[in-house]
Design a protein around this ligand. Sequence first.
Ligand code: GTR
Length: 355
Amino acid sequence: MISDDLANRRLPPVLADNTTDENWTLRRKELLELFARVEYGFSPQPPLSVQADITLLEEQAWAGKAEHREVALKFPTPKGEFSFSVDLVLPYSDKKLPLVIYLSFEKYPIGKYGPIEEIVDGGYALAVFCYEDVTADKNDGFGSGLASMYDGRNDGTDWGKISMWAWAASRVMDYAQTLVCIDKNRIFCAGHSRLGKTSLWCGAQDERFAAAVSNDSGCSGAAITRGKMGERIEQISTRFPYWFCENYQKYRGKENDMPFDQHQLLALMAPRPVYIASASEDIWADPQSEFLACLAADDAYKLLGMKGLVHENRYPEPGEYLHGGNTGYHLRPGPHFLSRYDWQMFMRYMDAHLL
Ligand code: GTR
């Protein structure tokens, strides 16, 4: 029984004793602060302005169905101007477009993880950047890109690279706010694996995102850490210490002592929708722990009089999807990957929930 499995994880509660629907924003603030302090690190204030210079314009992109625009996003930092490249694909339409801000492993046209023609045919605009254009995915002493533009690393709460990539996605959001063809109420972020972790942290912090999607994000992403199979804090913080703030190291082998767990990260999206995708063979990420996190996040939605995950009292079968509530979920058959099927599911869910 999944309800028993969930109880056995002994999770810290989403709601404090005194949380009501009226003061949910206070609890939200408290949890956000907690995640910044102990896991991902605090991000700087947004820049005062973001400027976008168009560096390439293709009017007949993707079978003539969309405009492709490459822009250099520029903004001031403590050590001068920083810039990274963003690609926009804007389907031709007389209606305002929903937009996905996609955090990508690859540069445009984003290869095997990015079925752009399907996204265009689905009626979604796309804004995409390659995460390593922001800062390298390396333990480089925070010496590359955006990381090198901010001073001093003095304490355990300084931002890790997940926070940096998430912060960059918010700069793309700044730019998206200026685009007349975009429906500002239907912008969501999405990412796979380490960038699925990033997408959740981005959506949690920046309420301009109407929803967040995480694909196969596992450890330190959508999966509950307590009782998790596959990757644990010990492993992730040894291989990728720089993804997190220094404080996260304290919880190696001490998951049960954490004052938080990842279901609370999902709950930070409430009342906005959150979508979690798992893959049945992705043992390292642990689909069951991702599913239980969705379930455990329900308290926030229920508090607000909304449905969280609409489900039965059992684990989903491969190929099943749960799209009835404000937490969406699917379990794709197969390994760790971001497939066309996953994208189709995201769009189908967003069509129904981003109104
Ligand atoms: C793995 C890492 C996972 C996941 C994955 C990925 O090596 O252990 O947490 O993020 O990389 O991003 O592909």
